[in-house]
Design a protein around this ligand. Structure first.
Ligand code: NDP
Ligand code: MG
Length: 392
């Protein structure tokens, strides 16, 4: 009998939010490991030209434009002839549930990613999760749906912690040291922060990211959101998730164990590494990024964050401690405030003020359903928009 030869089975990937910073870097990982990864489905919100270019390059089976106002963009006529086109916000969760997909990277920005994350976990596929807002808003509902090894965090700190905990007894973890570059305004006082402009805030020292997370990294709201994300992912109270300023961004986080041992995850400041790991787990594949020569780094510096000047960190702590629907309000108000800041309609310190006012106006309740979260999210957005307009 003739031996039969089957080529290696490739992991079939869907990338939701493929036109963003994470999405583009994920496409690069897929390009570099085309023998192991097959891109089968892609979503974008507004950048249809980039979506079509990627759909053609990878010859995908399905594409989705979540922003309906871009549904008629002429460039969509250039999609591969056998590529199915979906339109509207429900299209992203629909892509996640396709039979020809094994792993879904949710790289959508904001709470808009929640429905897709939910759909992936429900379908039993692997969720490679960059969209931290999903967990901040819906962690209470998402985490019980995640089977062991099903949810792989892409956020670099959380990917690092995941690896530091591998093979360990989680009950023997004493605390997490969640590292933070400090952002472009590290060391500034609150009065200095009141003067910073959009241009200053968009210049992040280490990472090249989308606009929303870049502003979140400048206000340190990003780190506040990440503490809540870690709380859900690793089942630890916020008091055991400590923020550590690590200016060089070479230590991606650390876990300290009860015996005093500390395990750290180090490496290049390149998101393609945690993206790739979320695809390759439990294997490791060749690095997609230049390696670090630690002999050239010189020094690693550490510090504590200034919770008074960087008020968003404190607000996120309050939201995470209260739990329930309050993190949803924190997140939605922050999305509106950041958007207003990016349009020069709100000052830098105004972001925290709007978020705090929304949190104060909200009656927290336990999370019971996704519908409830969508309602709370809509209320907080409307309230934050009113506050922004009233200040203008
Ligand atoms: P970008 O702004 O660069 O990209 C966002 C992506 O989401 C784009 O593809 C965009 O489409 C799409 N999108 C925007 N709005 C919607 C919507 N309402 N519905 C569906 N899709 C939408 O963001 P990043 O890539 O920087 O970040 C993505 C996520 O990953 C965020 O949650 C962020 O916190 C997280 N993350 C990012 C890191 C980074 O280094 N960038 C690091 C760690 C986490 P289009 O461009 O076509 O309009
Ligand atoms: Mg991060």
């Amino acid at each position: 009998m003739q031996p039969t030869f089957e080529g290696p089975v490739r992991v079939r990937v869907a990338i939701l939010g493929c036109t963003g910073s994470i999405g583009m870097q994920a496409l690069d990982v897929c390009r570099q490991h085309s023998d192991k990864l097959e891109v089968v489905a892609l979503s974008a919100h507004s950048r249809t030209k980039e979506l079509v270019a990627a759909a053609r390059e990878f010859d995908v089976h399905a594409a989705c434009v979540t922003d309906e106002t871009h549904a008629q963009d002429p460039v969509l006529g250039e999609l591969p002839s056998d590529c199915e086109l979906l339109v509207g916000p429900d299209g992203a969760p629909a892509l996640a549930q396709r039979d020809d997909v094994d792993v879904v990277l949710v790289a959508i920005v904001g709470a808009a990613g929640l429905a897709a994350s939910h759909a992936v976990l429900k379908s039993g596929k692997r969720l490679a999760l960059a969209n931290k807002e999903s967990l901040v808003v819906g962690g209470d509902l998402l985490m019980p749906l995640a089977a062991p090894g099903q949810l792989l965090p892409v956020d670099s700190e959380h990917g690092a912690i995941y690896q530091c905990l591998m093979g360990e007894n989680p009950r023997e973890a004493h605390c997490i040291w969640l590292t933070c570059s400090g952002g472009p305004f590290y060391g500034r006082s609150i009065s200095e922060l009141a003067q910073v402009t959009r241009h200053d805030a968009l210049a992040h020292p280490t990472w090249n990211m989308g606009a929303k997370i870049t502003i979140d990294s400048a206000t340190l709201m990003n780190k506040g959101l990440e503490r809540i994300e870690a709380m859900h992912l690793f089942g630890m109270g916020l008091d055991r998730i400590k923020v550590l300023i690590q200016r060089e961004s070479k230590i991606h986080s650390m876990v300290e164990f009860v015996d005093g041992s500390v395990i750290a995850h180090l490496g290049a400041s390149d998101m393609r590494i945690p993206i790739q790991y979320a695809f390759s787990y439990p294997e490791r594949w060749g690095t997609p990024a230049p390696r670090v020569d630690f002999r050239t780094i010189g020094q690693l510096t550490f510090g504590a964050p200034d919770m008074e000047a960087f008020r968003c960190l404190k607000l996120a702590e309050a939201a995470g401690e209260a739990g329930g629907t309050l993190p949803c309000v924190l997140n939605a108000a922050n999305e509106i405030a950041v958007d207003a800041f990016l349009r020069d309609e709100l000052s830098f310190t105004g972001i925290a003020e709007v978020v705090e006012a929304c949190m104060d106006a909200h009656d927290r309740s336990d999370v019971v359903s996704f519908e409830q979260l969508y309602d709370v999210d809509a209320w907080a957005r409307a309230h934050a928009s009113t506050l922004v307009a009233a200040r203008g």
